[in-house]
Design a protein around this ligand. Structure first.
Ligand code: HEM
Length: 507
């Protein structure tokens, strides 16, 4: 009996010790969380109440963040803070605020947040690609090299323009073979635009209908879908979760498969490499890698070649092809605009000759329509995240070093203080009273400042040549049995149209 009483007393003291330990641990964790979330800066932007551990993540619909930001903006103004777990985030809205950050405080805002979730793809020391590379000498070297190499392969020059024109011709033949039947032009347009990057980076293009290419597109789409949503935000904010075996592999399966595909392309390319003859971007990079230690220090290593080429694919294909798909969708919805563009094409270029960039100056209406497609289509609505490189002031608020900045580009492209009809498709936004082309400063679909889109020049060339060639050869109409296409988009890093069918009537 006494043994039993002794055991019971030991158990109860042990239990009370566990309870005390539990209470202590809970209080300690809450305190730690409070300290991590605490912001004791004065003049920090306002924002919603931050909850323990998750911060303000519940306020954001990560599948439609720009819509959540617009709601919060109404309450807190053009600049407000959020908190992804313990990561401080500041959202910038409206032309004035975004311009101040990107242009006036360009270097202060030029850094990128670190993305631990990409480590399983090879992202790390001296290999961060370009798009998510942190601001510093490696990013500068890589950006300089990429811009000048693309330029040497014709970016901004005639030869690449000719390649784009040639690809536009292939695209028209493929559309012709649809014989006026209703079809979804997504696959063909993606193929055409991706071929421009493929020829520049790997010196080769894919035939329309190529199975390997279909696979690449599918992998790429999957990897974009994986980027959107709550989970990737959580994994980047609490990287320790990535240490749970199998989590990164499961969460980013599509990205891994996409990188495997890039590896195959690079390996194939290396087999035929001849250092005496530079065929394309990959050759130029391999040549740079040969230069030894100094080049290695500047990010010219094999791992980074994979990441930089993947970046060019990722940033350079879906963006342009999605814009073109918005363009055709708006032509379906506004046939009178389509007719006016075609009348200008007929007058300036005619029906036979291929459009060239020289034609652009004589085609203010077409140019205005393409710009309006970009403004209203608003395909990168929340830009890419930046991070403050040092403490800075924006609109009188203090933004400490290391804060993640979201540039709400959508709020700039639809800023009510700048655009006459921000929420309507209205090409006249880009025309003056004499019908001449004008570009308001708030036209920032490519962002601005040090991290401005590296491919802006190429993208603008592609948009003009593809769009004018398509409308020169076809009139796009909505098939009779089809519903009117939706104007809202689907968001997965970029905002793309919901699938729609179209009939291309040869002209
Ligand atoms: C209509 C087409 C395009 C749009 C709307 C677009 C838009 C953007 C935007 C908004 C950014 C983020 C800038 C920032 O961080 O503030 C960006 C970055 C970037 N874009 Fe584009 N882009 C397009 C086409 C292209 C093309 C064709 C290429 C490739 C040749 C490209 C390569 C890049 C790269 C490498 C970056 C990262 C720049 C850096 O961080 O330094 N983009 N783009």
């Amino acid at each position: 009996m006494s043994l039993f009483l002794w055991l019971a007393s030991q158990l109860s003291s042990c239990w009370s010790n566990i309870s005390i330990l539990g209470v202590f641990l809970t209080v300690f964790t809450l305190l730690l969380d409070f300290m991590m979330r605490r912001k004791n800066w004065s003049h920090y932007p306002p924002g919603p109440v931050s909850l323990p551990f998750i911060g303000t993540m519940l306020y954001i619909d990560f599948r439609n963040p720009h819509l959540s930001f617009n709601k919060l903006r109404k309450k807190f103004g053009n600049i407000f803070h959020l908190q992804n777990c313990w990561t401080n985030v500041v959202v910038l809205n409206g032309y004035k605020t975004v311009k101040e950050a990107l242009v006036q405080r360009s270097e202060d805002c030029a850094d990128r947040p670190y993305f631990p979730a990409y480590e399983h793809l090879g992202y790390g020391n001296k290999s961060e690609g370009i798009v998510v590379a942190r601001y510093g000498h490696i990013w500068k070297e890589q950006r300089k090299f990429t811009l000048s190499t693309l330029r040497n392969f014709g970016m901004g020059k005639k030869s690449l323009e000719e390649r784009v024109a040639e690809e536009a011709g292939f695209l028209c033949s493929a559309i012709n073979s649809e014989k006026g039947r209703p079809f979804d032009l997504r696959f063909l347009v993606n193929n055409a635009v991706c071929n421009v990057i493929c020829t520049t980076v790997f010196g080769d293009r894919f035939n329309y209908g190529d199975e390997a290419f279909k696979k690449l597109l599918q992998l790429f789409e999957n990897s974009l879908n994986e980027e959107a949503g709550f989970l990737p935000q959580l994994l980047n904010a609490v990287p320790i979760l990535l240490r749970i075996p199998g989590v990164p592999q499961k969460a980013f399966r599509g990205q891994k498969a996409f990188m495997d595909f890039i590896d195959v392309l690079i390996d194939k390319h290396k087999e035929t490499w001849n250092p005496a003859y530079t065929r394309d971007f990959t050759d130029a990079f391999l040549k740079e890698m040969e230069k030894g230690k100094a080049a290695e220090e500047n990010g010219f290593n094999y791992n980074n070649l994979r990441l930089v080429t993947a970046d060019l694919f990722a940033a350079g294909s879906d963006t342009t092809s999605t814009t073109l798909r918005w363009g055709i969708l708006y032509m379906l919805l506004h046939p009178e605009v389509q007719s006016k563009v075609q009348a200008e094409i007929d007058k300036v270029i005619g029906r036979e000759r291929s459009p060239t960039m020289k034609d652009q100056v004589s085609m203010p209406y077409t140019n205005a329509v393409i710009h309006e497609v970009q403004r209203f289509g608003d395909i990168v609505p929340i830009g890419l995240p930046h991070r403050t490189y040092r403490d800075t002031m924006l609109q009188g608020f203090l933004i400490p070093k290391g804060t993640t900045l979201i540039t709400n580009l959508s709020s700039v492209l639809k800023d009510e203080t700048v655009w006459e009809k921000p929420n309507q498709f209205y090409p006249e936004h880009f025309l003056d009273a004499n019908g001449q082309f004008v570009k308001p400063e708030a036209f920032l679909p490519f962002s601005a400042g040090r991290r401005v889109c590296l491919g802006e020049q190429l993208a603008r060339m592609e948009l003009f040549i593809f769009f004018t060639t398509l409308l020169q050869k076809f009139t796009f109409v909505l098939p009779e049995d089809q519903p009117r296409p939706r104007q809202d988009g689907r968001f997965a890093l970029i905002k793309s149209p919901h699938p729609y069918l179209v009939q291309a009537v040869p002209r």
